[in-house]
Design a protein around this ligand. Structure first.
Ligand SMILES: *Cc1c(COP(=O)(O)O)cnc(C)c1O
Length: 428
């Protein structure tokens, strides 16, 4: 199987090459060039086995193929449980926050790290992984690459613009992980990464890679938990699962759409956005108008120009096809806060601000639609990651899960960095 660029279908690569490159050379994103119908036989409760089986067709002919079972054992070493929101279990929560940094990004980051470390070992060259982060991605990527031989990670975050909890997760690693507080905004961090990739002299001297959310190596493993959850529901109830997904850059949602395209028993998919309403407006009007992002409580979804929309449009090129594939809603901060308070009172469930956007989107679905399907709310992060936001809303403290407690016990260290390519090159 090969992967093609969304912009030029003839630009094709095998899996390892697509993972190392990240972005296609024409600026497009890699997508599968075929959509085989898969019928996995593994137990959906055994994520590593299921992942190895599902990803095998994508790795066929690639050096990673033989390594898949070992790789998925490393990457999928924590569960993705379905938990009933109430006793009747009509509505279930897919908890994706049981990994080392307590958010769904751990799945993709750990798979990508395990794959790139093998690539580095085979090539004998150290891989420099650059990651620009507005807060959440960097922690998952740093955790996943920490102490992996043959890799050095450079984390760039905007100085003073991430929450204390996020900053600790970006700066507590050491060893092969180097964290820099860039004097600028997130856009400056992202520009530096792009400039580094475009710099011939640097590329000749170093093998650079990027671990941001457009990397195929983060998207493919995310299809696995949608397969697992929908297969469990299919086996228990003989019905397709419908998902409500907190969405920003649409990496998580694209993985769900891909799983369905590959044959997973998935019905409706609802994209739950915050006040950054580019996608809901696009589906409503048919006109794509990207805009600057606005800051909200669910900061990891503050995206005005979602990159993975390009992948969704590649699969569903006309707008009516896309409208049939997904629906989208926009939820504001007041409604998000009210939902957090209400579901805590009613169910004792504490949502993170992102998951609460999905819970509110579900509550607004027409009753006929909720009654006709088995619905799953996707919980993307543990609420303790956003305790500064959540605790005042519910009037309680939110205890840290053991994974985060361990991160808080580690000493933090980082260096300041001027937002210029020159300064970045000096530290590489
Ligand atoms: C990154 C993130 C999201 C948004 O996911 P996308 O793949 O960018 O749509 C939602 N919730 C949390 C907690 C996140 O970290």
């Amino acid at each position: 199987m090969r992967f093609a660029s969304t912009r030029s279908p003839q630009l094709r690569l095998e899996m390892s090459a697509a993972l190392v490159r990240g972005l296609a050379e024409d600026g497009g994103l890699y997508v599968p060039s075929e959509w085989p119908q898969l019928a996995p036989r593994s137990d959906p409760n055994d994520l590593p086995a299921l992942a190895a089986e599902l990803l095998q067709p994508f790795a066929s002919g690639d050096p990673l193929e033989a390594e898949l079972p070992a790789l998925t054992r490393e990457a999928f070493d924590f569960p993705a449980p379905l938990v009933g929101l109430d006793e009747a279990r009509r509505l279930e929560v897919l908890e994706l926050f049981h990994g080392p940094t307590a958010a769904f990004k751990d799945f993709g980051a750990r798979f990508l790290a395990a794959a790139l470390a093998r690539h580095a070992r085979a090539s004998g060259r150290t891989l420099e992984v650059l990651v620009a982060t507005s807060g959440d991605t960097g922690g998952a990527v740093a955790a996943a690459f920490h102490r992996r031989p043959g890799t050095e990670v450079i984390v760039l975050f905007p100085a003073g613009l991430v929450s204390p909890t996020q900053q600790q997760q970006l700066t507590c690693w050491g060893d092969n992980v180097h964290s820099f507080a860039v004097r600028g905004r997130f856009d400056d961090c992202q520009r530096l990464v792009k400039q580094a990739f475009a710099d011939r002299e640097l590329r000749a001297r170093r093998e650079l890679s990027s671990a941001n959310s457009i990397n195929l190596g983060r998207l493919l493993p995310q299809t696995v938990y949608y397969w697992a959850a929908s297969l469990r529901i299919w086996q228990a109830h003989g019905q397709r699962a419908a998902f409500v997904i907190p969405s920003g850059n649409l990496g998580n949602a694209t993985a769900c759409v891909w799983a369905r395209a590959l044959g997973a028993p998935i019905g409706a998919i609802v994209l739950a956005h915050n006040r950054n309403r580019t996608v809901p407006d696009y589906l409503a009007t048919g006109e794509l108008q990207v805009r600057p992002s606005v800051a909200t409580l669910s900061s990891a979804m503050d995206v005005g120009d979602p990159s993975n929309l390009e992948r969704l449009r590649a699969l569903h090129p006309d707008i009516d096809g896309l409208r049939a594939a997904v629906s989208a809603v926009s939820i504001d901060d007041d409604a998000t806060r009210a939902r957090i308070r209400r579901d805590f009172e009613r169910y004792g469930r504490v949502w993170c601000p992102h998951s609460a956007v999905a819970a509110e989107a579900y509550a607004r679905l027409p009753p006929a639609q909720t009654a006709a399907n088995r619905w799953v709310l996707v919980a993307t992060a543990h609420p303790a990651k956003f305790r500064e936001t959540i605790e005042p809303i519910i009037g309680r403290t939110v205890p840290l899960p053991p994974s985060l407690t361990r991160l808080f016990e580690r000493p933090a260290s980082f260096q300041p960095l001027e937002p210029t390519l020159q300064a970045l090159k000096q530290v590489l």
